[in-house]
Ligand binder design. Structure first.
Ligand code: DMJ
Length: 529
């Protein structure tokens, strides 16, 4: 459409207008501008071929839907556009969002979406955009609430743990049978909604959103007192937990949110200390039971324990590279001090180096989805895990370690990663693509060609490019610790901490009727715009 052509033209003009860095500009500044140009390229491909779709297939030049047509990439990109100064693009994307059911971001769809993904990408993305662009705040909050109201139908379970998917139109909520026969929830899915729902409670003045989120952690705490790590499957009926202990997928962001909810609450107020205590217990347990040094090459890794315990399994997912970032944030923010802070810092440094080596050890310069640490063998890509989806966690770790230590090597490692993505994953006609096998190709000359998977995941714009940008930008571009710090949700959407007492002072508390009462109160108060 003509509008798309205008959009792509203006995006590219905007990137080019930045111009080359002035001669003698510091290296970090040149790198920052290169990342900004990469964002323009990723966005331009999406605008041209996939406007309004969830994600871009950059090779076949079309959009595809992964989240019930919630415009995932567009919403995920909003705050990145704003932070990088693509203001005109932010405004156009925001106008599409607020057009809502009338040709914009529409929710009235007979389609089942992951409640977790829709929360972290779309609700989180809209609330971050609202914090960054106060003039558009009411319209953005209203769209966030319209979606969250539909997602909350998934929470109508005995203890208020959300089911995995919810039909946006009918509200029918389901859990696939592989999750405890359909009667359990994943730890990450129930423990990664607290930031978004607390922010929504503050923004709308409706305490019930906060109650729905906080009840989950309160139930976990009450039913597993003193626990550090929790297994990935949590039964809906009584919170009985089973399955592996891991810092990888299916539990990762639960631990991330324990620390970040404490921060969002300004480290004070009702129950804030509980979140911090649960985070410290989990991290202590992780360092004691999951983190090890590999005998073959001395690399520090975070492994997994099968349900029921046993020997540490030497498998580390790329997803688990969020852990050093989270440890570093806890140290920066004083969640731990003294000797414990030193231990967390040492582990964070070792793990970050391993995450970097996952990239540097491959001919493409890109990391596989997971690596293994076998007996007597060096770190190796996992079988059937040789793909790269453009994930952000290692760059996230580099940002936080750079902010913690000030050491330039984290920026240099980041630049190596960025140039590998540019060399291997950039699609000349617009956008970037994941890679099928990072162990093949990328060497140039007579090396075999790299095979692309034709998918630009929305988190490439929300997270990976944003973290690259923050790695090379002055820290006050987006403070992440200390006074004025933002709290990044697990999709890297920046949220301002709650105003002191903001949620505590709200009425509309959850009563003895629990989630059913929350749902009733919300549906009588939330008017779908
Ligand atoms: C993102 O959606 C989030 O970072 C989530 O916590 C994990 N998976 C992807 C990125 O890898």
């Amino acid at each position: 459409p003509a509008e798309s052509v205008a959009l792509i033209a203006s995006t590219l003009r905007d990137a080019v207008a930045t111009g080359p860095p002035p001669p003698g500009a510091p290296r970090a500044e040149r790198r920052r501008l290169a990342v900004r140009a990469a964002m323009a390229h990723a966005w331009a491909g999406y605008v041209k071929y996939a406007w309004g779709a969830d994600e871009l297939a950059p090779v076949s030049k079309r959009g595809y839907e992964t989240f019930c047509s919630l415009g995932a990439t567009l919403v995920d990109a909003l705050d990145t556009l704003k932070i990088m100064g693509f203001d005109a693009e932010f405004e156009r994307a925001k106008d599409w969002v607020v057009a809502g059911e009338a040709g914009g971001l529409a929710f009235d769809r007979d389609c089942s979406v992951s409640a977790f993904e829709a929360t972290i990408r779309v609700v989180g993305g809209l609330l971050a955009a609202a914090d960054l662009a106060p003039a558009s705040r009411p319209a953005l909050v209203s769209r966030a609430e319209a979606l969250a109201g539909r997602l909350l139908k998934a929470y109508d379970t005995p203890l208020g743990f959300p089911r995995s998917t919810v039909n946006l139109k009918t509200g029918a909520a389901t859990t696939p049978s592989w999750i405890g026969g359909g009667q359990a929830a994943l730890l990450a899915e129930i423990g990664t909604v607290q930031l978004e729902l607390l922010k929504l409670a503050e923004a709308t003045g409706k305490r019930a959103y906060a109650d729905a989120a906080e009840r989950i952690v309160a139930e976990l705490h009450a039913r597993h007192p003193g626990a550090g790590l929790l297994p990935i499957y949590v039964r809906l009926e009584d919170a009985a937990a089973s399955g592996p202990l891991t810092q990888g997928g299916m539990s990762d962001s639960y631990y991330e949110y324990l620390l970040k909810t404490w921060l969002l609450k300004g480290k004070s107020g009702r129950s804030a200390g509980l979140y911090r205590d649960m985070w410290v217990a989990a991290m202590d347990d992780t360092l004691a039971r999951l983190v090890a040094s590999h005998p073959a090459d001395g690399r520090v890794y975070v492994g997994e324990l099968a349900g029921g315990g046993g020997k540490l399994v030497g498998k580390m997912e790329h997803l688990a590279c969020f852990l050093p970032a989270n440890l570093a944030l806890g140290v920066l923010e004083g969640a731990v001090t003294g000797e414990k802070a030193d231990r967390y810092t040492t582990a964070a440094k070792g793990l970050t180096e391993t995450c970097y080596r996952m990239y540097a050890s491959q001919p493409t310069g890109l990391a596989p989805e997971h690596v293994t640490f076998g007996e007597g063998a060096a770190m190796a890509p996992g079988r059937s895990a040789r793909f790269n989806l453009l994930r952000p966690e290692t760059v996230e770790a580099l940002v936080m370690l750079h902010r913690l230590t000030g050491e330039a090597r984290y920026q240099d490692w980041g630049w190596e990663l960025f140039t590998a993505f540019e060399r291997v994953a950039r699609v000349p006609t617009g956008g970037y693509s994941g890679v099928q096998d990072v162990t093949v190709g990328g060497g140039g000359g007579g090396a075999p060609a790299v095979t692309l998977n034709d998918r630009q995941e929305s988190f490439w714009l929300a997270e990976t490019l944003k973290y690259f940008y923050l790695l090379f930008a002055p820290a006050d571009t987006l403070p992440l610790s200390g006074p004025g710090a933002w709290v990044l949700n697990t999709e890297a959407h920046p949220l301002k901490p709650l105003a002191a007492g903001a949620v505590e002072s709200l009425t509309n508390e959850m009563g003895a009727d629990g989630v059913a009462g929350v749902l009733a109160r919300l549906s009588s108060k939330a008017a779908e715009p």
